[in-house]
Structures are given as structure tokens and as C-alpha cells.
Design a protein around this ligand. Structure first.
Ligand code: GLN
Length: 551
């Protein structure tokens, strides 16, 4: 056994920030010089979150290898150096799918296939394939203790302590300690019940992460320790924080990392936390403020643009700027009202999306940014719409559209490319309108070559980049010349030149659309160059406007 395993479960209620806690633990352990990997096990039946509505489930996070995963993997990659992919996110659906396929192939040799041991063995295999990948693997179980659907996962991790040994496994349970105003007291009962529930399935937690708004006194910690049978030191205060990147530092103040390495019987150096400390100092003392209007459809739910919100935040850090996002719902706000909202912003961003709802408002916002020299960033669908807007209003193709919205348009500037060379799989991809919904997207990391005389090249400061994709439609090369002649700059393409990956406008301070999702690769300690450059230009515009107004 080369890797030790930490299992993170959650109790009392959902939304306790368990995923973030797992990620922050990863960051802390890396700060001690350990190599870390992280996996999420989700108890729902969907095989992956690819087809789930972001309204309900939040963003679909995409990894380099093209896995469509739970948004917690975004946290894991942002906080740690772990390279995640298909094997770091399993759902019940995926586990059962595999068990049932094996059964159909006769692999169980006529035996009765059961939850224990067949499903639990399949889960254990999924977990144990991480062995050797890092010093420590953190495995987060989605859902809340007590959920019926989570039981096979809990049973699997229970068995793993027996299989792997006490020194190689650690159970961390995240709970909630509410403050009841009427009583003026913190209540430990929900935590007691949650631990009781966990113990009834056979797991005695080693460490409790207690989420609280007010902090835990020593006497509360003693009480929890007594009732839940953990040491007082193992009762960790998980306080609400202003900035999520403070969590590793707060956990360290509570000696969580010490508890973990002790529990796993490991010897490491003390953590080096300076980069996180410097980040927090900077974030808490911004010199400037920038407002970015985000014109989208799922604007009601911040979780559906999680990585994007984070990437904008990261982009503010090197600029000493706090980035305020004004979520503009393009389905509801149009015309004069939209212009008023946009006029208050220093930059405009149109994010990725699917389907026709809200498209006219997004096109209006793009036209406004183009005509008024407002920094504009179009991501995936945002880039495709920037091409449509330019084709209609500048290149004279007045009926131009994406075939996603208008299948019979005479000027399909964005369309389903029938055949293209796929760098990731080294195969020719073929697709058409009838291709199956889930299986036809261009997914994962693709290489892109930059034109050296471009905004993109100046931001990245390198010619060859790799970025992550998640879309079906592409730029149509049949209209490439017309659009280029009208002033569109194609500043990034696939190495064979066939797939247009980045477009820009020359006579504009910052107008860039990219077919990929740069937000998936932005990190707090390594902000993405496009976001840094976009926020910087938005800030310059704001500062210039201020001086013009005060002159
Ligand atoms: N709907 C567009 C496509 O499928 C864009 C997708 C996206 O923005 N991720 O190509």
C-alpha cells in the first residue's frame, strides 16, 4: 500500500462546504510536502453529471481527459496540484452500470449479484485504483449520512479500514453546530445524532469538522468529544469565512493537519503556508474595484458558473482589484434596461450555455461592448455569439446564426462540423444533427496555437497552449474569409488550423472570444492569464473614466 486514504463524510444537512473542506485539507497536506489526490463519490443514479441541469446541480466541471464531473472537482483542482480526471469522480449510476454490464457478460459466473459484496467491491476498486498516485488520497462521499442511496458507499469505506489497516485510513466527518437564537446557545445534538447514525453503520469518525457561524468554545468541544467519542483535539472548528481561500489557514490554526498526519502515522515538515497567507492579505486589502457584467441564463444560481466566478476573482488578485460580478439575466433584461445595466459595468462577459433562451439579450450585450469599446470576454457560447453578432452587424451577413438556434440559416457561421481531426483521441471525428445528445461533444483539453500578433499571445506569453472544451458547435470555415476581410482576427486555432479557438477584434481595447473554457484552469495561486488581462483592461477603463469625470 503506497497511498493512505482519508474518507470525508457529511452529516446533519447538505451545503456544509464538505467539498471545499476536502480541497482545503488537500492544500494543507501539500503545504506539508505531501502529494495529494482527491476523489468524489456521488450517490445519485446519473452515470455522470454531464446531462444534469446546472440550475439543479451547479456547474459541470470538465477535466483534461474530458470527464464531465461534479463541481467539487473544481475546488479540488483549484486548491491542490492534483491532476484529476475520469477516475476521480464516480456516481452510483456509474458503479451499477459497470456491475450490470459485468453480470450481462457472465463475469459473476452465475452467482447472485448483490449490493454486498458486488456493488461494494466495485466501489472499493474505484477507490483503490488511486493507490500509488499520491501519498494521500482524499475520498469525499457526496450526500448526507442517513441517506438511503449513500449506504453502499459508506459500507465500502467501512470495509476499507479492515482491508487497509488503521494507520492507512482516517475518517473525517463534517457536521453542523447551529446557534439557536432563542436559547442563546450552540446546540450539539444534531452532531451527536449524525455521529450516532455513522456509528450505527460501523464507522467511528476520527476527526469532526464542525461548521459553525460563531465558533466553538472549549466546553462545547469537550461536550462534542464526550458524546461522539473523539478526542477534544479532534473536534475542529470550521467557521464561516469571508474568503473561501482562508479555509486552509483556519484549519491549520485548529491543528487539523497535525491531527491528520498523526492519525495516519506520517512524518512531514511543518506546512509552508506563505503563498496562501499572501493571497489572503492581498484579497482583504484591494486597492481597486472592478464591475463585470455577466450576461447569462443561469444567473439565478451562482453555483452554475462556479469556476467562472472563481476565475474572475483570481483575475482580480494580481491587479489588486476586487471583482464585483453583476449577474444580468438576458432572458428578462433587454433593450434600454440592458443598456443601463451594462453602462455601469467596466467589462462585459458572456459565458457558456446551451439552447436558445436568452440569446437575443446576449447578442445585444455583445453589440454594446463592441460599439462602445467596453472590454468583452466571450466564453464558448459567448464566443460563438460574438461571431454571429459580428457576421450580422459588421460583415453584412444579416441572417447569420448558429445552427444550434437556426438550423436553416443561409449563413451558418457556427455549425456542427461534419468531420474533424481530434487531437485528443488521434481519430477523425464524424458527427451530424442526429448524433446522440450526450456523446457528441468536444470534451477535455485540446492544443491551440496562437497568432503572435494578438491579445491572446500577449496575455499567455507563449505560442502553444492547451485548454478545456465542452461544446458541440464550431466556427464554420466557409465564412472565415468573409469575416476576416471584415476585420475579425482569428488569433488561435488547432495546430492543423481547422478549428477556430480564439477570435478577437483589432480596433477594440479588449474583445476576445474563446471556444474553450479557460475558467477551468484558473487557480487562486496561479490566476489564468486571460482573466488577469481582461480584469486589467476593465480596471484601466474604470480608472480612466474616473479621471475624465473628475477633470
Ligand atoms: N451550446 C454551444 C455548443 O454546444 C456552446 C456550449 C458551451 O458554451 N459550453 O457548442
Amino acid at each position: 500500500m503506497k497511498t493512505k486514504f482519508i474518507f470525508v463524510t457529511g452529516g446533519v444537512l447538505s451545503s456544509l462546504g464538505k467539498g471545499l473542506a476536502a480541497a482545503a485539507i488537500g492544500a494543507l497536506l501539500e503545504a506539508r510536502g505531501l502529494r495529494v489526490t482527491i476523489q468524489k463519490l456521488d450517490p445519485y443514479i446519473n452515470v455522470d453529471p454531464g446531462t444534469m441541469n446546472p440550475f439543479q446541480h451547479g456547474e459541470v466541471y470538465v477535466t483534461d481527459d474530458g470527464a464531465e464531473t461534479d463541481l467539487d472537482l473544481g475546488h479540488y483542482e483549484r486548491y491542490t496540484n492534483a491532476k484529476l480526471g475520469q477516475r476521480h469522480n464516480y456516481t452510483s449510476g456509474r458503479i451499477y452500470y459497470s456491475v450490470i454490464s459485468k453480470e450481462r457478460k457472465g463475469e459473476y459466473l452465475g452467482g447472485t449479484v448483490q449490493v454486498i459484496p458486488h456493488v461494494t467491491d466495485e466501489i472499493k476498486q474505484a477507490i483503490l485504483q488511486l493507490d500509488g498516485e499520491a501519498d494521500i488520497a482524499i475520498v469525499e462521499i457526496g450526500g448526507t449520512i442517513g441517506d438511503i442511496e449513500g449506504l453502499p458507499f459508506i459500507e465500502a469505506i467501512r470495509q476499507l479500514r479492515g482491508d487497509l489497516g488503521r494507520e492507512n485510513t482516517l475518517y473525517i466527518h463534517a457536521t453542523y453546530v447551529p446557534y439557536i437564537k432563542a436559547a442563546g446557545e450552540l446546540k450539539t445534538k444534531p452532531t451527536q445524532h449524525s455521529v450516532k447514525e455513522l456509528r450505527s453503520i460501523g464507522i467511528q469518525p476520527d476527526i469532526l469538522l464542525c461548521r459553525t457561524e460563531t465558533g466553538l468554545s472549549q466546553s462545547i468541544k469537550s461536550k462534542i468529544a464526550l458524546f461522539c467519542d473523539v478526542t477534544e483535539k479532534a473536534v475542529i472548528t470550521a467557521m464561516d469565512v469571508d474568503c473561501i481561500y482562508e479555509v486552509p489557514l483556519r484549519f491549520h490554526q485548529e491543528n487539523l493537519d497535525e491531527q491528520i498526519v498523526e492519525g495516519l502515522n506520517m512524518w512531514t515538515r511543518a506546512p509552508i503556508l506563505t503563498p496562501w497567507e499572501e493571497l489572503i492579505t492581498k484579497v482583504k486589502n484591494p486597492q481597486h474595484k472592478v464591475t463585470i457584467a455577466m450576461v447569462g441564463k443561469y444567473v439565478n444560481l451562482r453555483e452554475s458558473y462556479k469556476s467562472l466566478n472563481e476565475a474572475l476573482f483570481h483575475g482580480g488578485v494580481p491587479n489588486n482589484a476586487e471583482v464585483e460580478i453583476d449577474f444580468v439575466n438576458s432572458e428578462r433584461i433587454k433593450g434600454e434596461k440592458l443598456v443601463q445595466r451594462l453602462a455601469r459595468a467596466d467589462g462585459i462577459l458572456v459565458p457558456g450555455g446551451f439552447g436558445i433562451r436568452g440569446i437575443p439579450g446576449k447578442l445585444e450585450a455583445i453589440a454594446y461592448a463592441r460599439e462602445n469599446g467596453v472590454p468583452f470576454f466571450g466564453i464558448c457560447l459567448g464566443m460563438q455569439l460574438a461571431v454571429v453578432e459580428f457576421a450580422r452587424n459588421v460583415a453584412g451577413l444579416s441572417l447569420a446564426d448558429s445552427t444550434e438556434f437556426s438550423p436553416s440559416t443561409p449563413h451558418p457561421v457556427i455549425y456542427l462540423m461534419k468531420e474533424w481531426y481530434d487531437y485528443r483521441t488521434d481519430k477523425i471525428q464524424v458527427r451530424d444533427e442526429d448524433s446522440d445528445k450526450g456523446g457528441t461533444m468536444r470534451l477535455g483539453a485540446y492544443p491551440c496555437e496562437l497568432n503572435e500578433d494578438s491579445l491572446a499571445y500577449r496575455a499567455y506569453a507563449t505560442k502553444n497552449i492547451s485548454e478545456r472544451h465542452r461544446h458541440r458547435y464550431e466556427f464554420n470555415n466557409a465564412h472565415r474569409k468573409t469575416l476576416e476581410d471584415a476585420g475579425l482576427l482569428i488569433s488561435g486555432t488547432s495546430p492543423d488550423g481547422e478549428l477556430v479557438e480564439i477570435i478577437e477584434l483589432n480596433d477594440h481595447p479588449w474583445f476576445l472570444g474563446c471556444q474553450f473554457h479557460p475558467e477551468f484552469k484558473s487557480r487562486p495561486l496561479k490566476p489564468h492569464p486571460l482573466f488577469v488581462s481582461f480584469v486589467q483592461t476593465a480596471l484601466e477603463r474604470r480608472l480612466k473614466e474616473k479621471t475624465t469625470h473628475t477633470e
